[in-house]
Design a protein around this ligand. Structure first.
Ligand SMILES: [Fe+2]
Length: 399
């Protein structure tokens, strides 16, 4: 993340003696991407982060593909997914390829353990929920509509406000999640015309330092498996840090939509990029303003791209078969578009209140076996059914 940030105390220069009140040295740790050359931060611990008492492999966590690999448009109703459990351990895999996995969770139990995903960056879209992400970089408060970006290797714990139901869409990226390059100048600053600015990026606010000895469990996901580490002290023992590598949050409600006289293509909605995929936000906005504009998207065959949309608004309740929490998958190789009748119905409409998160992958996605339990098996026929019914209800224009 190309914004320098610092919390707590750090020494005047890096790699010099930084002493505790008792005269001992704080333990310096570099955390970051790509060894010593990517973005990184330097953290100063009360205790060495390496004093592990025990380690064991808990279980394997490979994503298992469904047997039915028929090329067709698909739809899942996450409202019917198995709910509850842990925000880190009870995630239902939906779709995956070597670059990106999409999972869903409705956690209702606090984690006692700390968690570190060592094999992927996590972008967690909080469709519903509120709380604080506790991290070694400080507290990061979150709320509904936030993308919470937790880069790989960042130790954290979800401290949920359990009075608020949680619906989390988790995207797990093998590459590094970042702002699109075209939004940044050569210095890394977000340019004028980008749909958000540095002011919209929320960084950890309060650093809590726990100088406590005792066993603390850390679960580390690495090499498609879960590993348990027991540390001899509280891992949130950082007195200060600085750098470019830390967890951050961005609210979908802070995305400034780009609109046009006629239909704008999905890239104007791009929010983040990774290796092999993009994430886009469809937000409330005025519709295209030419009197003859057709706000509904044209049919398209997005060759070399699989398209997944998570519907995060009640607005879609009016659309045939789609509800809050619906996820559609329109795969590479076959066309999709608005339901018949929707293009005509969209003409002259002034605005949309839709809210949706789209993830487009460039390599084909596999459907996870676990998603079968809440799939709408008839979705691929919904266009011809709409053709027959010609329901004249409000159009939506999400691509
Ligand atoms: Fe599309």
């Amino acid at each position: 993340m190309p914004i320098y940030h610092t919390l707590g105390e750090v020494p005047r220069k890096r790699h010099i003696a930084f002493r505790k009140p008792d005269g001992g040295l704080y333990s310096e740790q570099l955390v970051g991407h790509e060894g010593f050359s990517g973005t990184s931060a330097l953290l100063y611990h009360v205790h060495p982060p390496t004093t592990v008492k025990s380690v064991r492999r808990l279980r394997e966590t490979p994503y298992v593909a469904a047997e039915d690999v028929t090329l067709k448009h698909r739809h899942w109703r996450t409202a019917q997914a198995r709910a509850g459990g842990s925000p880190t351990l009870d995630r239902v895999p939906l779709l995956f390829n070597p670059d990106i996995a999409m999972l869903y969770a409705e956690p209702d139990e606090q984690d006692a353990h700390f968690y570190r995903n060592a094999q992927g960056d996590e972008v967690v879209y909080v469709a519903k929920g509120a709380g604080v992400l506790e991290t070694q970089f400080g507290d990061l408060p979150y709320r509904g509509g936030d993308y919470v970006v937790i880069h790989r290797g960042i130790l954290h714990r979800w401290r949920m406000d359990l009075s608020v139901p949680h619906k989390l869409l988790v995207m797990e990226s093998r590459g590094h999640v970042r702002w699109p390059k075209r939004y940044r100048n050569q210095f890394g600053q977000l340019i004028e015309g980008a749909p958000y600015s540095e002011r919209d990026i929320r960084r950890p606010t309060e650093l809590r330092t726990y100088d406590e000895m005792g066993d603390h469990r850390i679960l580390v996901k690495q090499y498609d498996g879960l590993n348990e580490y027991v540390l001899d002290h509280h891992p949130l023992d950082v007195v200060g840090w600085d750098g470019y590598f830390y967890p951050w949050a961005f609210s979908i409600h802070d995305f400034e939509p780009i609109v046009g006289r006629v239909h704008q293509p999905p890239p104007v909605h791009q929010t983040f990029e990774g290796d092999g995929f993009v994430i886009c936000s469809f937000c409330p906005r005025p519709y295209d303003f030419d009197p003859q504009a057709v706000p509904a998207p044209y049919n398209h065959s997005n060759v070399d791209s699989d398209e997944v949309i998570y519907y995060a608004s009640e607005e879609f309740m009016s659309r045939k078969g789609i509800e809050f929490g619906s996820i559609t998958h329109h795969p590479d190789g076959i066309p999709h578009g608005p339901h018949p009748g929707r293009a005509e119905a969209s003409i002259g409409q002034k605005e949309t209140k839709e809210l949706a998160v789209m993830m487009d992958s460039f390599r084909p996605l596999k459907v996870a076996q676990a998603a079968a339990a809440f799939e709408d098996p008839g979705y691929h026929r919904s266009w011809i059914e709409a053709q027959h019914e010609r329901v004249a209800s409000p159009a939506t224009i999400t691509d």
